[in-house]
Design a protein around this ligand. Structure first.
Ligand code: GAL
Length: 785
């Protein structure tokens, strides 16, 4: 959570000691308050006017103040420039230059009395791919890049009392001058202002950024260097920087720095470091207990607090060694998945809740301990969730195989800087990916990206994702996409496998079970080999879920079916393998990689592969024990929890065919039991919302999963029925209606409108009845600008 969330959290949170200060409520170090100082963050996500390209939007007038945009759509960001089917569409449909316009008036307390004392910025968290911004008809410039944040200063042009108009041309074409474009890429980038936007009103001299860098965290005397970046305005008087460390709401350490008078205004912010010592016992951030602290910095002039900022961070030591990856001195074998940030229907335009849900699925359902944000910086909400639930992150710059000419490389080096300066406080991030994924060597370029990363953040190692081992090693960790089998031996001390399986064995959830079983085993085999040698820090498999791609990749329907989960985040059997690698203390797992059907294999059912962290599994038919199985140690010598591969060819299934029961045992004690119907009938229709309370801000969204199951809740993989949907109340359906199940499952999303109340979704299966879900839509403060 950062300052924006605090401000959005409403008055209760704003009153707490953790709240950053707004206008007129700045607290000086001695607790006194002063008026008319501080900063104001004004989200402007609602009330945008949007138009797809037409003759009128390409004119100068369209970017001016008086243009009549009343015929445009009224939209809320995150926004996609076109709603799409979940697959089989033409990417040209979003490759457009669209126009967004947003009128705003600054609140009264930010009005003309502050002219001269305040600066006003507009902050975009992400718009795909190039954005040209105007304020009141004056063009401010173009920002090139879809995955990194950017700001424009409005101070000179803004009307502090009257109405203002921001206009943004968002160019969502694949521009060869901007990473990742210039060649092919195996994913889609979509279009629109797809992350949040805010106005930021700050004093002339203000806090531009804060980096809290813990040191000696495993010693008896940990410290934290708090780097505060101050953007100085003209004619500065002497100031004091107060830096406080907060555990919850309690200040547990503080320090100050003096800033002399007469610091001249400069284009770049000035860095001031305050080291906080004598912190007392510190709770480390780790995977089980992701303890978080806050650094609060206040810029003071005498008793007046000019500005205040807060950043969340954690104390942990993360290093790559020849013995593997160590978190807080303990080796942790990395086990994770690559994640694209795309969703069905809306591309990348999803707000906080579904972003956080992805992190939860990775950590709490698939039991991964690491994710790679392939192939670009992802939503801050996703990263916040990783901090909160203890999921490690490899974050990398935008790019895919292609390196463009020098100006393109300049943008890429700048991407390194923007990524790190946005995300350096996340304890979950353990390495920065500073190469273009799978590109060839380019000495000069990669010397620059590494230097930038090391200069900004000496506390984290760099890496860069490669496809050949002889590649020049300029980073700290050698990260390699090794799709071969067996895997190559590590050729550097710090060595991490960052992709495998993927396109070498696509698997759809509607595929024959033999393929899905083999898909599971391939992931298991790779992790087994990775377990064989401590020098492999671990493996990040390709990939978390199926994703949209260009026509020259994938399965011919603009999809790569490479996920261990489908596009709706419903897991395939391979997802069960990842899950099964957790400690039974976390969850006892028993996940078959087969579908209980008598004759769906080439001859008849013979091979029951199960991913499980149990010691042995007993299989029963009609109450008769038909197998007592141990993990398959012949095939999987090194995995802590080897899958079970049970041969049932000798079982007389024609006489015994019935419901299958599998009991799992640990240390001789039965700990789990699962059943699989032998009836071969679709029995139940389930509707499973991730959440039933949404904030009525026009953006908040949650997923609703549909499943057709047997009587024991197992998905019936060949159910493809249409689910007819009706929604009453102030919310909308994102998705197809009717929705045709894929592999017995699938999902739509429900997005709140801006009106509080109740919404009721009715989902009707043609034969298995209907289910209703009621959503509570809680009131949200209107935006103030
Ligand atoms: C890799 C690439 C990924 C994806 C994957 C498919 O080479 O880095 O982005 O395309 O192949 O298996």
């Amino acid at each position: 959570m950062d300052r924006r969330d605090f401000l959005k959290a409403g008055s209760a949170a704003a009153a707490s000691a953790l709240a950053p200060v707004g206008f007129g409520e700045v607290q000086a170090g001695d607790g006194s308050s002063t008026a008319a100082s501080g900063r104001m963050i004004l989200p402007i996500n609602r009330n945008w006017r949007f138009s797809r390209p037409m003759a009128a939007t390409a004119t100068d007038a369209a970017h001016g103040k008086d243009f009549d945009d009343s015929g445009f759509d009224m939209v809320v960001v995150p926004h996609t420039n076109i709603l799409l089917p979940w697959h089989s569409f033409d990417e040209k449909s979003y490759e457009i230059i669209s126009l967004y316009r947003r009128k705003f008036k600054l609140p009264a307390e930010a009005g003309s009395q502050l002219k001269g004392s305040k600066r006003v910025f507009v902050d975009f968290e992400g718009a795909m791919t190039a954005s040209t911004v105007w304020i009141n008809g004056t063009k401010l410039g173009e920002y090139k890049g879809g995955y990194t944040p950017f700001s424009f200063e409005l101070t000179k042009y803004v009307d502090f009392d009257g109405e203002n108009v921001l206009a943004v041309d968002v160019d969502s074409t694949e521009r060869a001058d901007i990473p990742p474009f210039g060649y092919q890429i195996d994913y889609l980038t979509f279009g629109g202002i797809y992350r949040e936007v805010a106005l930021r009103i700050v004093p002339q001299t203000f806090i531009e950024n804060v980096f809290a860098q813990p040191k000696a965290v495993l010693s008896s005397a940990p410290t934290v260097d708090v780097h505060t970046y101050i953007q100085h305005g003209d004619g500065g008087q002497a100031m004091t920087l107060l830096v406080e460390l907060l555990d919850g709401e309690k200040v547990i350490a503080s320090g100050t720095a003096k800033i002399p008078a007469g610091v001249a205004a400069a284009a770049e912010p000035m860095e001031h470091v305050v080291t906080l010592e004598k912190l007392g016992p510190i709770k480390l951030w780790d995977l089980k207990n992701p303890n978080l602290y806050h650094a609060r910095v206040t810029l003071q002039q005498g008793k007046i607090a000019l500005d205040q900022e807060m950043r969340r961070f954690g104390f942990r030591e993360a290093v790559f060694t020849k013995e593997g990856f160590k978190l807080n001195g303990k080796v942790i074998k990395l086990r994770g998945l690559d994640r694209h940030q795309t969703f069905p229907y809306v591309g990348q335009a999803m707000p906080a809740r579904p972003q956080k849900q992805d992190a939860k699925i990775l950590r709490e359902t698939l039991r991964c301990n690491i994710v790679r944000t392939s192939h670009y910086p992802q939503s801050r909400h996703f990263l916040d969730a990783c901090d909160e639930i203890g999921l490690l992150v490899l974050e990398e710059i935008p790019g895919w195989q292609h390196i463009g000419p020098l100006p393109w490389q300049d943008i890429s080096v700048d991407n390194v800087s923007r990524m790190i300066r946005r995300d350096w406080n996340h304890p979950s991030i353990i390495t920065w990916g500073v190469r273009i994924n799978e590109s060839r060597d380019n000495h000069d370029f990669y010397v620059r990206t590494n230097a930038m990363a090391h200069k900004l953040d000496p506390s984290r190692p760099t890496c860069g994702i490669r496809y050949f081992q002889s590649s020049e090693f300029l980073e700290d960790v050698f990260t390699m996409n090794d799709f071969g089998w067996p895997l190559l031996p590590p050729n550097h001390d710090a060595y991490l496998n960052t992709e495998f399986v993927g396109h070498t064995y696509p698997a759809k959830s509607i595929d024959n079970m033999e393929r899905l079983t083999e898909h599971t085993l391939r992931h298991a085999r790779v992790h087994d080999q990775l377990a064989s040698n401590p020098q492999y820090a671990g493996g990040i498999g390709w990939c978390f879920f199926d994703y949209n791609t260009h026509g020259d990749f994938g399965s011919g329907d603009r999809m790569c079916y490479h996920g261990v989960a489908d596009f709706f985040r419903e897991r395939k059997p391979a997802g069960g393998f990842y899950k099964s690698q957790c400690d039974p203390g976390e969850e006892i797992v028993l996940e078959p990689a087969f579908h209980w059907a008598r004759n769906d294999e080439s001859t008849q059912f013979s091979k029951a592969v199960v991913s499980s962290n149990c010691d042995n599994l007993k299989f029963y038919l009609k109450g008769q024990l038909i197998a007592d199985a141990k993990p398959d140690r012949e095939q999987f010598k090194y995995l802590k929890y080897a899958p079970f591969d049970v041969d049932l060819t000798k079982v007389d299934l024609s006489s015994l065919w019935a419901d299958l029961r599998i009991d799992g045992y640990i240390a001789g004690k039965q700990v789990i039991s699962r059943q699989y119907s032998g009836h071969g009938l679709d029995q139940q229709f389930a509707v499973l919302p991730d959440d039933t309370t949404l904030i009525a801000d026009g953006a908040d969204t949650t997923r609703v999963v549909f499943r057709v199951t047997d009587e024991f809740d197992n998905i019936r993989p060949y159910a493809g029925d249409p689910i007819a949907l009706t929604l009453e109340g102030p919310a909308e359906i994102i998705g197809d209606n009717p929705f045709a199940l894929v592999g017995g499952t699938g999902a739509i999303w429900i997005r709140a409108k801006q009106e509080a109340g109740m919404a009721v979704l009715t989902a009707k299966h043609p034969r298995l009845g209907e289910q209703k879900v009621t959503f509570t839509l809680t009131a949200s403060e209107p935006e103030r600008a």
